[in-house]
Design a protein around this ligand. Sequence first.
Ligand code: MEV
Length: 318
Amino acid sequence: MSNSSITSVAYPTIGVVLLGGIANEKTRTPLHTSAGIAYTDSCGSIRTESTIYGDSEMHIYFNGTESKDENRSVKSVLERYRNELQSFFGKKDVSYSSLNYGILSGSSDAGAASIGAILSFIDKKNDIHDIENDIRMISESAGRSLHGGLTITWSDGYSAYTERVLGPEHFNNYAIVGFSFDYPRNPSDTIHQNIIKSKRYKQRTIDADEHAHEIKEMARTDDIEGIFEKAEEDTEEYHSILREVGVLVIRENMQKLIEFIKILRKEFWNSYIVTGGSNVYVIVRRDDLERLIHIKNTFGSKPKILNVAGPAWIKKVE
Ligand code: MEV
């Protein structure tokens, strides 16, 4: 008997060593090593859910709206696995539908990873790293969400490989508060296309690789604060290069919040990350969470409490 549908769940991501620059728009292979974490909230409700089901012809829906763009990479990935999908569902074709819930940024990684979990489930012979390479066509940092926890995606610009260095349970004593601002976000491709124009880009690729090696070493000794302090150093280098090439992610009120967060360091340990979106992610010890969440002035942003999340998983097979 064949199946009618599979539903999977994956979590969005935050860069820890930020990625800037991809080899080309088709494969989206990163030009350098990067690192990241998957995140959700305390009940796991921040997520992407994807369903793939047997159909007579392919339809692709994002948040309930059909995508008519023939170049969508979701279509290319499903076509690559067409034979396996056809035999699993016993139908001529498959359709895809994904829904995002409460995501601040990093949703495309979750969308891609939720497909990856399904491809891994339907044929156990599919190697997870081959799947990762394929779903990278949808999102360059999909490996972060596919594997969950803290991951490093090693890359030399030709081939990439994601290694999970810490599971989510290692972060239990820490919380992340995502402060979301209303500023419009720069598309990731604007970042990828412009950062490579910087005179400092070559050095940036070397620094990112070094930051990843340092983080791997700190992960070995569970030095979570060291990891996030390195992440802040990485954020500051990345955005100073982006500013020089005319891409402004950290806008006025985001900067004001960052300055305030740094003043709060006199009272309790914290660290911050800004990726490509209009959010400031602040990491604190769980014991200090109340002090951060109750700050009077958020500079117009809305705070959300986040945790490090696990890998993409299969929710339902029918
Ligand atoms: C990465 O795919 C996109 C950015 O958000 C940077 C990062 O998170 O590493 C722009």
